[in-house]
Design a binder for this molecule. Sequence first.
Ligand code: FAD
Length: 518
Amino acid sequence: MVKSVVIVGGGTSGWMTASYLRAAFGDRIDVTLVESKNVPTIGVGEATFSTIRHFFNYLGLDEREWMPECQATYKLAIRFENWRSQGHHFYHPFERLRAVNGFPLTDWWLNERPSGRFDKDCFVIASLCDANRSPRYLSGALFEQDFTEGGAERGYRTTLTEQDTQFPYAYHFDAALLARYLTRYGTDRGVRHVLDDVVSVNLDERGWISDVVTKEHGALAGDLFIDCTGFRGMLLNKALSVPFMSYQDTLPNDRAVALRVPVNMAERGIRPCTTATAQEAGWIWTIPLFGRVGTGYVYASDYCTPDEAERTLREFVGPAADDLEANHIRMRIGRSESSWVNNCVAIGLSSGFVEPLESTGIFFIQNAVEQLVKHFPSERWDDRLRQSYNRQVANVMDGVREFLVLHYHAAARADNDYWKDATTRQVPDGLAERLEQWQVKLPDSETVFPHYHGFEPYSYTAMLLGLGGLPVQAPPALRLFDGAAASRELRIVRDQSRELVGRLPSQYEYFARLHDLP
Ligand code: FAD
């Protein structure tokens, strides 16, 4: 029987895992979490993915309660600045594409281009972001998404193409505050919390972990051990010697420097999106929380030194950065060959990581804990469960890697060696063929990475159209159609966007109300 779980590490991954296991299994499983007082957490990880709401739902947490405690805000999209050329921006929104007569609206857009901006013409969220709107009214109601119906009443025919919407937002939050919130959640529900350093890991004669030895609390024994020790990979990579497979040949950014910048939100407003601004040797993230902005430069050390990167970041932020201490971070890009070996599962940075361009770190954690619950060996160990888990977790990370490589490969920017090399660098197996394919027909479910990895074809389409470095075309068949229904739908998007911008409160107004500010 697998009855007791020992989690080593108390960052976002450790506490998300501990909370989720208790929410899933209650006291049928004992959970102990040991975290060091001396080894800090990574200290970043503030933007998420729209599926994160399932995590909070699972735990029974209401966003009106946890968001104010974690300085959280809404994120409707990622805004990409300067990836095509200086001054250009576009959004990758959390919004599926409408389809008219079986063709995604972007296919029609390529012929018509009403405003010249595919994101504003095809998605309402782009306008909400440009206008700093909240996706919720002051009453708490979510903005209307009546555009999901489509079909006869709009004068077009539907096909098997999925028309469902996707949930329109994710969150920005302070990761340390969230870890603290989840600490309370977990310990209130029986997680045993040990503050101590693990100094060694003992293996039995089969090579399975028997216990971890702490400085002050002796040995902690368990059935299943979860390695949440971050880039150290203390249990999986070190004690069990599981190899780490680097992605760096295809994704060269290996460092980051970060700042936490206090800002006056009432004056500045709160953008409901993460911004990724392209730079000489990478890109800078800007994540607006309630009361401060998290920002950082992700760069490739082959093209830029840490001093140059810090200077660039400080110049980008301006005088507000003057007295702030910068956090320099080395990133291990790639994944462990297997995330679950014997009785040890790595979750979080110890399992794998890609640069945070699409905010996938916490999504990887959520995916891993959900899969762990689905594959949990309650009665006895079964190698087939482990294999299935490892396959699923690896596919998610390999798929996200492909999607990120597309960001660099398809960017029109080519003003220095970094950006020129980005388009000629080798791409992961399979992507080269897909890139060829997408130039004659925008991505669909048959032509993107074939396993679940969180991203749908509309995301690939948004990136191809926004980045502008690869030629794309409308399907030739559209010339044989009457385009009236598509023109009408493009006008509907414009009208809905305008109405919503007029009706919804600003994101600042919404959160000022939630925080009881005057
Ligand atoms: P850590 O935060 O490193 O925690 C490790 C834990 O292990 C700590 O509690 C430490 O005390 C403990 N520990 C280590 N050694 C010992 C020991 N010997 N004994 C006891 N305890 C020990 N993700 C997103 O989803 N969105 C983002 O926007 C995003 N941005 C990122 C930006 C950067 C630059 C980086 C590097 C990552 C980013 N991530 C992002 C990823 C995200 O930060 C991580 O996925 C998340 O914080 C989980 O980290 P972790 O818990 O695995 O590791």
